[in-house]
Design a protein around this ligand. Structure first.
Ligand SMILES: NC(=O)C1=CN([C@@H]2O[C@H](COP(=O)(O)OP(=O)(O)OC[C@H]3O[C@@H](n4cnc5c(N)ncnc54)[C@H](OP(=O)(O)O)[C@@H]3O)[C@@H](O)[C@H]2O)C=CC1
Ligand SMILES: Nc1nc(=O)c2c([nH]1)NC[C@@H]1CN(c3ccc(C(=O)N[C@@H](CCC(=O)O)C(=O)O)cc3)C=[N+]21
Length: 341
């Protein structure tokens, strides 16, 4: 038996948690706290047969969504309010439209109200800022997401800065990122893909403390927050980017490898140490918009890694469920409502 306490779970349930090690029964895991360091089971279930285990992100996401649906239902019965997500989508990019569709459907599944503001590709920055401001002021909207990337003529920086920090469910506002980076500070929201990555590691019994983690990519939305969050969970983190020389020499050292690049098959078998845990966050949609590919060469990784996320069906669905968590947490904070109130 392992005892695992997480702030997030305590907020959800106001009790500590004890469970046997199965991937589908873990509580949600949030940031580390001095007294909430999670200790892994002595014999992780995933590598007992020395065979690579594929991480089932879909079933974890379903599990999280079921928990959230119950909670949202309680909230509706108790205060007659539902959590609300506002999404701003600019332009016609196929991948962005597809991601927004997925997010909207996931909201429906758990009872979160969602509103999508569609703006044309050639809209002005003022129009986007006005849309952000309208959502900031809308009481029924607790979370705001501006789908990225934005067309080049719009300042992503200005627009993200305009989102109310308390509604920043993407966790991209500099105040939230700064608080994630600084020891002793707590962001209101952790970026969904990074939070999803830690969630998967915890649910599969992967020890993070003291392990060597390598993150490929350093973008504001995935690589950077993932490396910060892994550090907060006490991994020793190296970051690889476009200018890194001989990246495979660095990745071969990794106990945990996270790839956040968007280049299919960048990570080859000889980049991996035998037994490594691989989290493939890459998600590249083909030109027809029908097939998504990760960064890791799956056929080569499956014979080297101990644990591997597939694409699709790995970290992607968990990222979406983390967005739902962040939105429910935002609504709870806004109404000062807990399961026990
Ligand atoms: N599954 C999920 O939940 C999510 C998936 N994604 C996916 O993750 C991927 C990355 O997204 P995003 O971070 O927005 O992309 P960006 O293009 O913003 O960032 C890519 C990063 O990869 C680095 N990079 C590019 N080429 C190489 C290379 N050859 N070797 C090493 N590093 C390289 C860049 O380095 P440099 O900084 O030097 O330019 C940069 O830091 C995309 O496929 C996206 O769809 C994103 C969010 C969530
Ligand atoms: N403001 C903002 N927030 C984001 O979180 C954000 C963003 N902009 N821009 C783009 C990236 C990308 N991203 C993904 C989320 C889910 C999947 C996902 O669910 N993928 C499925 C497959 C999806 C499919 O089949 O099309 C899977 O891996 O199984 C992928 C990628 C979030 N992003």
């Amino acid at each position: 038996m392992l005892e695992m306490r997480s702030i997030c779970w305590r907020i959800l349930c106001n009790r500590s948690f004890s469970s046997s090690v199965t991937p589908n029964c873990f509580p949600l895991v949030s940031l580390d706290r001095p007294h909430d360091i999670w200790h892994p089971p002595p014999t992780p279930h995933y590598n007992t047969h020395k065979k690579t285990v594929e991480i089932d992100g879909k079933s974890i996401a379903n599990d999280i969504k079921a928990t959230l649906a119950t909670e949202v239902n309680h909230m509706k019965n108790s205060i007659k309010k539902a959590p609300g997500l506002g999404v701003i989508l600019v332009g016609e990019r196929k991948d962005s439209r597809s991601f927004v569709r997925i997010k909207k459907k996931a909201c429906e599944e758990v009872g979160i109200t969602s509103v999508v503001v569609n703006l044309p590709e050639n809209c002005t920055e003022t129009e986007v800022l006005d849309a952000v401001s309208a959502l900031n002021n809308q009481e029924s909207v607790h979370g705001i997401l501006v789908q990225l990337p934005l067309p080049c003529h719009l300042s992503e920086q200005k627009i993200i800065n305009a989102v109310n920090v308390e509604k920043d469910v993407d966790g991209f506002h500099p105040v939230n990122v700064g608080n994630l980076a600084m020891t002793g500070r707590e962001p209101l929201f952790i970026p969904c893909a990074s939070r999803g990555c830690i969630e998967l590691l915890h649910r599969y019994g992967v020890e993070i403390i003291g392990r060597k983690a390598v993150v490929i990519g350093r973008s504001n939305i995935t690589g950077l927050p993932t490396s910060l969050l892994l550090q907060r969970h006490h991994a020793t983190v190296s970051v690889v980017h476009k200018f890194t020389k001989n990246p495979e020499e660095i990745t071969r050292e990794a106990d945990i490898l996270v790839s956040d690049v968007g280049v299919p098959n960048l990570v080859r078998g000889h980049w991996l140490k035998p037994g490594v845990v691989v989290i493939d966050m890459g998600s590249t949609l083909d030109s027809k918009g029908s097939h998504v590919t990760g960064d890791v060469c799956y056929e080569e990784a499956i014979v080297k890694a101990s644990l591997l996320t597939p694409v699709p069906g790995g970290v992607g669905p968990v990222t979406i469920s983390m967005l739902l968590c962040n939105t429910v947490e935002a609504a709870k904070r806004s109404y000062q409502w807990t399961e026990n109130s």
